[in-house]
Design a protein around this ligand. Sequence first.
Ligand SMILES: [Zn+2]
Length: 264
Amino acid sequence: MFLSMKKTCCWFVLLCGALLWLPACTTVPQTGRSALHLVPSSQLASMSATQFGQMKQETPISRDLQYNAMVRRVGDRIAYVAAPDMPNAQWEFVVFDDDEQINAFAMPGGKVAVYTGLFQVAKTEADLAIVIGHEVAHVAAGHGNERMTQQLLAAGGAALIQFSTADMESERRALLMAAYGAGASVGVMLPYSRYHECEADEIGLLYAAKAGYDPRVAIPFWERMAAQGGSAPPQLLSTHPSNATRTQKLKALMPRAMQVYQNR
Ligand SMILES: [Zn+2]
């Protein structure tokens, strides 16, 4: 029973792939990886714009002239070099006034927010360029769309299990659903999200270098980030790879980033 259901699930995913993969398959800029985007990007951008607008009403916006000028300068330069990868973006960079949050985030379509707490770790414009480069990279690489696509497919799989187990005893069925849920979130969602973080590091480093910021600051910057907060790391690092993995990957990327930095 379980095997045949597994088979059915595989067929479901394959069918989705066959039906949707080709028209929705895109290439991630800079890395050349193929990615599946099932949500129209214009729809995602307008959803993000609405959500971001709400956040701006609910969260105090910083009036600190220095922070705002820094974020605008770095944001403009990074957006400029990322423009060929994302010509339709409506970039907006906002500083939220919250010293407790050592964090920044980006939303599909080009909405980027930095919390004032981040400036405890990001001391220079080059440091800030590493974070903003990383956030802009998430947007340019369409990571939001890819995550949503994974969730849509996972929801489809869950619905199919529910349908094909309708005649099973409820206890076994509940167990199977729980196992599926855990598998979908841990097995599919989490590692992928770490992968996105690594990819955003890579693309972001190249953007920062292309925009004229010394990419070598990235390693000490992420190390300072990792040293924050003791056992509870800053939110920005929550789904990120371990510090050792990150440093290792950044070191491997550095020669390419330095070439971009010196030849820009
Ligand atoms: Zn990230």
